[in-house]
Design a protein around this ligand. Structure first.
Ligand code: SF4
Length: 512
């Protein structure tokens, strides 16, 4: 797709190349953004969301448009609106996906063309939209997200007013060439909001939480999790005289203050680097890993208790209350079979721990998220049990693991599940079927067995289907046919001949 240009308007650097989408070339977009004044933002992203050393333009996990993570966080907050600035095709995809996931509210959009981009008019248009939208009767915050092209073109959201009539204006750059996954894009927005809220709290009194101030010291939980998990975590904290605080990303602006006002922060999902930076700046200790399974819960209760200066006797009381229940639940609901795990949500290592404690053999865990200190205990626990852990896993690595380990069940993202099922290996979607269950404490200990054992038991159905369908619909037979497909290998040979001829011609022209 190309953006129309007027003859006298130069084509912006961000629109050079073969288009203006994800396919335009990461390096080219990065260079354009740096030249356009976004070097600091991109350097911070490179530090917060690192790619492996020597990674090339395509060496990043395949996942949906990263900006979806930020968009979703904003859409789930009360009294918060979001405006996107980017190419129409990106905005179409992002709004489609958000409504598919039940956004139930409008997403604002400021369109652009080459002229408004180059002349700075796009920024003026964004500012007009922000002023038009900032109604304090309806909103606490207004989020503006620069997608790839406006980021690469240096649209300066930082020049927007900080507040309009009491409505906070949060402008963030979330380019696919700077933020590797949509998981980390959640952190971009959560971190930006925590930073803003921290400055407000330091400057003077702020709103109380809707449910009032907790009567016990709280532990803020970082990472979107199944709704029953924060409740279960709260029950486990109770014998230590602690309570579960808000979950970050929060559902409301005022929860940000309560999140910052905690005794400790539990980095349940380990990729929230920018958010952790804000909590650290606020003087809060950070606890790694999560209360999953017996060993995970034991270590986590100890770490949280120590971080909150709880007496060892009370920590032991919590352990004595909950660990036998977890052990019992694990023993009652065993999982038998070999399972590979891959996903992009950041909880993959936790799920693998739970599976192993339930009796499953887990040879491989792939996560699209990077290695951080907050998954270090999980990495250590898993590698001690011979599990191959792959951070920043690519689709190819996940599928290679399935080929190598021939699991009884593959847990993964859509393309991984598709590849496994094609190979008659039962497979489950991580997001829909694993993340939609409790994982923590006693509730989590028995929650995976039913769905996983049922899926493993389906192997015979895949074999029957394979036998019945054979290679129907494979390769050249794919698509809708009204008659028996007739293979035409000569067409393929002819196309190949023409492509080779074209490439030779291009090469010759390049040499002239
Ligand atoms: S905003 Fe998202 S969909 Fe659009 S080009 Fe960037 S990564 Fe691709």
């Amino acid at each position: 797709m190309s953006t129309p240009t007027t003859p006298d308007v130069p084509r912006p650097d961000a629109l050079q190349g073969d288009g203006l989408g994800c396919h335009s070339g990461r390096e080219q977009m990065l260079a354009a953004a740096q030249a356009a004044g976004k070097s600091d933002t991109l350097a911070q992203y490179a530090q917060d969301y690192p790619l492996p050393e020597g990674a090339g333009p395509h060496d990043q996990p395949q996942s949906m448009c990263p900006a979806f993570g930020s968009l979703r966080v904003g859409l789930r907050m009360r009294r918060t609106d979001t405006i996107l600035s980017g190419s129409a095709c990106c905005v179409y995809g992002l709004t489609f996906t958000s409504h598919f996931y039940g956004a139930r509210r409008s997403v604002g959009y400021v369109p652009f063309n080459s002229e408004t981009l180059v002349t700075g008019k796009l920024f003026e248009d964004i500012r007009d939209a922000v002023y038009a939208k900032a109604d304090p009767e309806k909103l606490d915050a207004l989020i503006i997200i620069n997608l790839c092209v406006p980021t690469a073109s240096g649209v300066p959201l930082q020049l927007l007013p900080r507040e309009i009539n009491g409505v906070r204006i949060i402008g963030i750059d979330v380019p696919g060439f700077g933020v590797p996954t949509h998981a980390e894009a959640k952190d971009v927005l959560a971190g930006a909001m925590l930073k803003f809220a921290r400055a407000e709290a330091e400057a003077g009194p702020v709103s109380r939480p809707r449910a009032g101030v907790a009567d016990r010291p709280t532990v803020t939980l970082v990472g979107e999790m199944f709704p029953a998990d924060p409740v279960g975590i709260g029950m486990m904290l109770e014998p230590m005289g602690l309570a579960a605080g808000p979950v970050v990303p929060t559902r409301e602006w005022r929860e940000l203050y309560a999140a910052l006002d905690c005794a400790a922060v539990a980095a349940i999902h380990p990729f929230y680097t920018a958010s952790v930076r804000e909590f650290t700046a606020a003087g809060r200790p950070i606890v790694a890993s999560a209360p999953v399974g017996h060993d995970g819960t034991e270590a986590w209760l100890q770490a949280v208790g120590q971080a909150c200066n709880v007496a060892q006797a009370r920590i032991d009381a919590a352990k004595n209350k909950w660990l036998p229940a977890i052990r019992g639940a694990l023993a009652r609901t065993p999982i038998k079979g070999r399972v590979t795990v891959s996903g992009y949500e950041g909880s993959e290592l936790l799920v693998a721990r739970l599976l192993i404690e339930s009796g499953a053999e887990v040879p491989y865990v792939g996560s699209a998220c990077p290695k951080t200190p907050w998954s270090a205990p999980d990495l250590e626990w898993l590698t001690a049990r011979g599990v191959q852990v792959q951070y920043r896993a690519s689709l190819e690595q996940d599928i290679a693991a399935i080929r190598e380990f021939k699991p009884d069940l593959a847990i993964g993202t859509t393309p991984v599940v598709q590849a496994a099922k094609q190979a008659t290996i039962p497979a489950l979607y991580f997001t829909n079927l694993i993340s939609a269950r409790p994982l923590m404490g006693p509730a989590g200990a028995g929650s995976l067995a039913q769905v996983i054992n049922a899926a493993i038991g389906n192997k015979a159905r895949f074999d029957t289907m394979r036998e019945f369908f054979g290679n129907t619909g494979d390769g050249d037979r794919a698509g809708v046919w009204e008659k028996q497909p007739v293979m035409r290998p000569e067409f393929r040979a002819e196309t190949r001949r023409q492509v080779i001829k074209l490439m030779k011609k291009r090469k010759a022209e390049e040499m002239v």
